[in-house]
Write a protein that binds this ligand. Structure first.
Ligand code: ATP
Ligand code: MG
Length: 460
């Protein structure tokens, strides 16, 4: 099969054109061809002026500063030398002009993903593209940042740039695009003026049918599993302050919050990769700082980390070895290949090939492998940090169903998500986190959207 097959697409100056489709449909490949980074066997790309591409998986040099990344190979010079002051100033002016705040001197490796996204965008904006291709630019943005992101993009369109946005968030398509094209299996299957379609119609065209319903919630007897008392932790710039809560076996506890409010410190303390103070009691045993991630894994604590490519996958290994990763000592040769086949089947990984190198899979299919591995072989506690990031609408329903099934089978699930809809669809209880503190708790029956939103924003 070809990743992209006979696609016609026209981008107009001044227009935001949304490109949607299932994981593996060929969206990133199409963007790379239009940009000129991938050669097509057939067909042609015509563009007036410079084409810019903001990659789905950022292409930044982590050890360099923001200004160095933005201006790489285009640095202002004074004689032979780079004019550092002028470079800094140019990045500052660019960032002010588009309302994308960054510190030109920050080291990229220290930045949270949302800010890296801005750096990646600024680098393209500095080239003054007449066509700008954005591949899932909002996947790492908090919902509150998305509106201002589209204001920036809208301004750019008004200045005459033709813009293509790849996204899995259909609400964005409806709210911000003028035109939408749907791809499935490498082909364009529909194209609309956005004003003449709906999120439901687009979803059906993407999936080629109805989006599956979520798994039913069985009534299960819950039992104590994880008790967290006075937990404080720090991971990079993320800080958690004196958190006390519990997760029972047989329930999904959602942590609702805006990105950057302590979620990473929470996840990392539970995973065993961040120092903490306070008490973590898991299945009746006190966890210590000396309990490594491996020993926690052996006890049944499984984590879906936030960043699949840096924290979860070995990209140049195949699917089979990545599925076994972390369980390679206990899995045994007999079950080794079967484990990968099971994940591929249960999570609809495409292509369904255990020998495929993970780097060659589309972003969403990489994510399915991380989720599938975590939920395989009866975990006791699942810490799921943005489990559906980059996953298409049909596959997201599948992942959420698998989380519900794990709960039905008696696992405790801590779902850390920036998507309130995801939390409301799956959680038995909702905890709200703001400024590193837990500030509210709601039972499923008593969920109050307005109140939760206010608490998340820091209004007690
Ligand atoms: N570098 C590569 N080498 C080989 N095959 C690839 C490579 N990149 C992508 N493919 C294949 O091309 C197909 C389309 O992938 P692509 O990344 O374009 O999908 P996508 O629509 O962007 O999906 P997603 O929503 O998951 O990002 C997939 O089957 C994928 O496995
Ligand atoms: Mg993609």
């Amino acid at each position: 099969m070809q990743a992209v097959d006979g696609v016609d697409l026209e981008l107009q100056p001044g227009e935001i054109h949304a490109l949607v489709g299932e994981n593996g449909a060929g969206k990133s490949t199409l963007a790379a061809i239009a940009y000129g980074a991938v050669r097509s066997d057939d067909g042609s790309v015509e563009a007036v002026g410079v084409v810019g591409l903001v990659h789905q998986h950022f292409k930044l040099i982590e050890r360099l500063r923001v200004w160095e990344n933005v201006l790489l190979n285009r640095e202002p010079r004074r004689g032979w030398a780079i004019d550092v002051d002028a470079a800094r100033e140019r990045v500052r002016a660019l960032s002010a002009s588009y309302g994308l705040a960054v510190d030109p001197d920050a080291l990229v490796e220290t930045l949270p993903v949302g800010i890296k996204q801005r750096v990646e965008l600024l680098r393209e904006l500095d080239r003054e593209p007449s066509v700008l291709l954005l591949d899932e630019p909002t996947a790492s943005l908090a919902p509150t940042e998305i509106a201002s992101f589209f204001t920036t993009v809208g301004d750019l369109a008004k200045r005459g740039t033709a813009i293509m946005v790849v996204t899995h968030k259909l609400a964005e398509v409806i709210a911000y695009s003028q035109r939408v094209t749907v791809m499935r299996a490498g082909r364009v299957v529909a194209s609309h003026l956005t004003s003449e379609t709906s999120a439901d119609e687009i979803a059906r065209e993407m999936v080629g049918g109805e989006v599956p319903a979520l798994a039913a919630r069985a009534s299960v007897a819950t039992a104590p599993l994880l008790e967290v008392r006075g937990l404080s932790a720090r991971s990079g710039t993320s800080v958690l302050d004196d958190a006390t809560f519990e997760v029972r076996a047989g329930e999904i506890v959602g942590v609702a919050g805006i990105e950057g409010n302590g979620q990473t410190a929470l996840s990392d303390a539970l995973a065993g990769v961040a120092a903490f103070t306070g008490e973590l009691v898991f299945a009746g045993t006190l966890l210590r700082a000396s309990d490594t991630p491996a020993s926690r894994l052996a006890r049944g604590i499984r984590v879906i980390p936030q960043d699949r490519r840096h924290e979860a996958l070995v990209l140049d290994w195949n699917v089979r070895d990545n599925v076994a990763l972390g369980r390679q000592r206990t899995l045994g040769l007999a079950k080794y290949a079967g484990a990968a086949r099971e994940v591929i089947e249960r999570f609809d990984v495409r292509p369904p090939n255990p020998d495929a190198i993970v780097a060659a899979l589309s972003g969403g299919n990489q994510q399915k492998i991380v989720v599938g591995r975590t939920l395989a072989s009866s975990p006791k506690l699942v810490v799921a940090y943005q489990p559906t990031r980059g996953i298409d609408i049909g596959a997201a329903a599948l992942v959420q169903s698998r989380l519900i099934e794990a709960r039905n089978a008696g696992a405790g699930v801590l779902l850390i998500s920036f998507e309130l809809d995801e939390i409301f669809a799956t959680a038995d209880r909702v905890l709200v986190i703001a400024n590193g503190k837990f500030v509210g708790s709601f039972d499923r029956a008593g969920i109050d959207r307005g109140r939760i939103g206010a608490l998340m924003a820091g209004n007690a």
